[in-house]
Write a protein that binds this ligand. Structure first.
Ligand SMILES: Nc1ncnc2c1ncn2[C@@H]1O[C@H](COP(=O)(O)OP(=O)(O)O)[C@@H](O)[C@H]1O
Ligand SMILES: [Mg+2]
Length: 235
C-alpha cells in the first residue's frame, strides 16, 4: 500500500470527517465488545476489525483502501501511551513490562534484549549507537500512534524530563512507573536471577547494584505529578 493522497486523502477532509468519526466510534465499540468474547485476539486487530464492521454497515461503500486509512486514523484519535520506568536492577521492570506488552499490544523496548539478539556483549561500546537508533525508532512509532514501553530504568531526573517532553510533543499520554524496592530485596532477587539467568539479562554484581543505587535520583511526588499517569510499585 503506497502513500495515501489524491481523492482518497480527500475522504479524510472536513466535510466527511464528522460522519466518519461516528462510524469509527461505532466500530470501536463493536471491537471492544468483540474483544471480550474473543480472548487472545490483540486489541489492535480487534479495533481494525471493528472499524471494518462499521465501514461495511448499510449505506457504506468503502474500499479496502479506505479501511486501511481508517486503521491509521484510529491512531490519531486514540492518543498513544509512552510508558517509562524508574527502577534499579532487580526491581521488576522486565517482568512488569512483559505483562503490559501482552495485555496492551504496546511495543516494548529493551536494549539488553537487542544486544543479546545481535550477539553483542552487554557492555560493548556498540550499545550507545544501538541506543541512538532505538530512540529514533520508538519516537517514530509514537508519532504514528503506537504505544511504547521503555523498559530500561531511567535513573536521572533529567532523562525522565526529556522523555516527558518528547511524549508531549508527539501528543502521547505519559505514564511513569516507579519501582521502589529496598536494597536487600533487590540483592536477594538478583542473586537468584544471576544463578539462573533468563535471556537478555545482564549479570549484576553487588558492587554494580551499589553503584546503581548511588546514581539513582528517586522521583518525588512533585515530579510524578507532572506525568499524566503515575504508579509507584512499593515492596
Ligand atoms: N514483584 C516481584 N516480587 C518478587 N520477585 C519479583 C517481582 N518482580 C520480579 N521479580 C523477580 O525478580 C527478578 C528481577 O526481576 P526483573 O523483572 O528481571 O527486574 P529488572 O528488569 O528491573 O532488572 C526476577 O527473577 C523476577 O522473577
Ligand atoms: Mg530488566
Amino acid at each position: 500500500m503506497g502513500i495515501i493522497e489524491g481523492p482518497d486523502a480527500a475522504l479524510l477532509k472536513e466535510n466527511h470527517l464528522s460522519a466518519e468519526l461516528t462510524r469509527l466510534r461505532t466500530g470501536l465499540r463493536a471491537a471492544r465488545e468483540r474483544r471480550v468474547t474473543q480472548p487472545g485476539s490483540s486489541a489492535r486487530t480487534a479495533i481494525l476489525r471493528g472499524a471494518k464492521v462499521a465501514l461495511h454497515s448499510p449505506g457504506s461503500s468503502r474500499s479496502d483502501l479506505d479501511i486501511y486509512i481508517y486503521g491509521f486514523q484510529k491512531n490519531m484519535i486514540q492518543r498513544p501511551v509512552l510508558m517509562l520506568f524508574c527502577g534499579l536492577p532487580g526491581s521488576g521492570k522486565t517482568t512488569f513490562a512483559r505483562e503490559r506488552e501482552r495485555e496492551t499490544g504496546a511495543i516494548r523496548f529493551s536494549t539488553d534484549e537487542w544486544m543479546a539478539d545481535l550477539g553483542i556483549d552487554f557492555f560493548d561500546e556498540m550499545r550507545d549507537k544501538l541506543q541512538v537508533r532505538l530512540n529514533e525508532l520508538w519516537k517514530e512509532l509514537l508519532e504514528h500512534g503506537q504505544s511504547v514501553i521503555l523498559e530500561d530504568g531511567t535513573w536521572k531526573r533529567e532523562e525522565r524530563d526529556a522523555l516527558r517532553r518528547v511524549a508531549k510533543r508527539l501528543n502521547a499520554i505519559t505514564e511513569v512507573h516507579y519501582f521502589d524496592v529496598p536494597f536487600a530485596e533487590l540483592w536477594r532477587r538478583l542473586e537468584l536471577r544471576n544463578a539462573n539467568p533468563t535471556y537478555g539479562t545482564v549479570p549484576i554484581t553487588k558492587e554494580l547494584l551499589e553503584e546503581s543505587l548511588r546514581r539513582l535520583q528517586r522521583p518525588d511526588m512533585g515530579e510524578l505529578s507532572l506525568f499524566d499517569r503515575c504508579v509507584v510499585h512499593s515492596w
